[in-house]
Design a binder for this molecule. Structure first.
Ligand SMILES: [Zn+2]
Length: 157
């Protein structure tokens, strides 16, 4: 069996999904081949992990997890497979505030006094998150724009 190579694993994952194969069922080091079935229809042949109660398992004395060879119709050739999913940048900067009741106005109206607590939380759709940090420790805007290029949305005030 040829040694599989995954020049771009994300592309392979998207291709498997486009053909109804759950990538979680395919061992990383296994061969995935395209071929023809006995009737001349294009197929994908791959190794699938077997699961018991949702978990891979090993047979007694086996060197690895239990697997079986599967063959499914080739629905989408690699060249036509959609691109891989990727997390987009969408940075948000949350400013922590604190508030207290203000002094009542002459007419009895009372407003809340609100101020910055000096803390920010940077959170991006790509997975970047600072947790609450002092505004002084916040990365520079230039750095943020470099790391989380447009769309760059924020509430920096
Ligand atoms: Zn980002």
């Amino acid at each position: 069996m040829p040694t599989p190579t995954y020049p771009d694993l994300a592309v392979t994952v998207a291709w498997l999904e486009a053909n109804g194969i759950d990538p979680n069922d395919v061992p990383l080091d296994s061969a995935i081949t395209e071929g023809m079935d006995s009737e001349g229809h294009p197929v994908i042949r791959y190794t699938a992990l077997l699961r018991r109660d949702g978990r891979p398992y090993a047979l007694k004395g086996a060197a690895g997890p239990a697997t079986e060879q599967r063959e499914v119709p080739l629905i989408t050739p690699r060249s036509e497979a959609p691109g891989p999913w990727a997390k987009q940048h969408e940075l948000h900067v949350y400013n922590q505030t604190e508030a207290r009741p203000g002094k009542p106005e002459a007419d009895g109206t009372a407003w809340m006094d609100v101020r910055s607590a000096g803390m920010v939380h940077l959170l991006c759709n790509c997975g970047y998150s600072t947790g609450w940090i002092s505004r002084r420790d916040m990365p520079s805007l230039e750095q943020l724009q470099t790391d989380h290029a447009s769309p760059f949305r924020s509430t920096i005030g």
